[in-house]
Ligand binder design. Structure first.
Ligand code: UTP
Length: 290
């Protein structure tokens, strides 16, 4: 398989679980500790060797592209006031990656969002990272998939084990483990009832795919929730040409879920030496009073 240079990051959803916080601020721009959610996702892409990011956005999300661009007025203020460390911080974000974007004019689901990016992907394999899924620890998330895709010369998707009572929230795979943590996918199903789920291996927001997936997406009709589901296209692709899954290592936070979002803030706060002690003290107090 050719080198992976591009990643599609869909960020065009309504973010209803994050309301009211996401009413006028995209949920991908909500801060986790000192950075917006989307910056962590883009940093993971860069650590995995990706050079070009394609955002799938909507009319209210241009602030996401702006975050990865220069803000000359702010830079001028920081320069004149001698805040050179802050100046570097904001410039580094503008210079970290090439950004392209495409609009999803109707929110018809994740599969449809990916299809909107087709004109910006030439005949090369690419990654998809869901814009509100954060992965940390060890080998960068998408890199784990790229390693297997290169070795097996096949599309690869990321999975993680979830508790039985949560399988109906995810796409679930049926796979045969061919080496530790690597599965050959036999089938997959979107949001199955718990008694119909083939496993507890849930598809999380990381994929390495080949451009033939677009032909499959063109044919997908609305599935669960009336949306064009990416899983439906992947199911057909897996049956026809084979696909692998990697059980991802590290910690995952779904920034669209409040418990995960708040945990991510605490996780990063605790990494900062200057905050750790005070934060732990406050947390102890909260436990006492709750
Ligand atoms: P989610 O289902 O987590 O996002 O989709 P959502 O629809 O924005 O959020 P809720 O469920 O209403 O709270 C996963 C990713 O796919 C994008 C979202 O922006 C998110 O990053 N997405 C989803 C699109 O780009 N377009 C869509 O039509 C749907």
């Amino acid at each position: 398989m050719k080198e992976i240079r591009k990643v599609i990051i869909p960020v065009a959803g309504w973010g209803t679980r994050s309301l009211p916080a996401s009413k006028n601020i995209p949920k991908e721009m909500l801060p986790v500790y000192n950075k917006p959610v989307i910056q962590y996702v883009v940093e993971e892409a860069i650590k995995s060797g990706v050079t070009d990011v394609v955002f799938v956005t909507n009319r209210d999300k241009s602030v996401i592209e702006d975050h990865f661009d220069y803000n000359l007025q702010l830079e001028g203020v920081l320069e004149r006031s001698g805040k050179l460390d802050k100046l570097k911080t904001v410039r580094d974000v503008a210079e970290m990656v090439n950004i392209m974007s495409v609009r999803q004019k109707k929110q018809l689901g994740l599969g449809h969002a990916v299809l909107c990016a087709r004109p910006l992907i030439t005949d090369e394999p690419f990654a998809i990272m869901v814009g509100d899924d954060l992965m940390f620890g060890g080998v960068p998330g998408v890199q784990q998939l790229i390693d297997v895709a290169m070795r097996e010369n096949m599309p690869v998707i990321g999975v993680m084990e979830v508790p039985r009572d949560k399988v109906s929230r995810y796409g679930i795979i049926d796979g045969e483990e061919v080496s530790p943590g690597v599965y050959r996918i036999k089938d997959m199903v979107e949001k199955p009832d718990v008694d119909k789920a083939p496993s507890q291996l849930a598809i999380v927001g990381r994929y390495v795919l080949t451009p033939d997936v677009f032909d499959y997406l063109e044919k997908v009709t609305p599935g669960v929730g009336g949306e064009i589901q990416l899983t439906d296209a992947l199911q057909a692709l897996a049956r026809d040409r084979g696909m692998m899954a990697v059980k991802m290592t590290g910690i995952r936070f779904d920034a669209g879920d409040w418990a995960d979002y708040l945990s991510a803030n605490i996780y990063f706060g605790l990494q900062d030496e200057s905050l750790r002690y005070g934060l732990l003290e406050r947390l102890k107090q909260f436990v006492q009073f709750s």
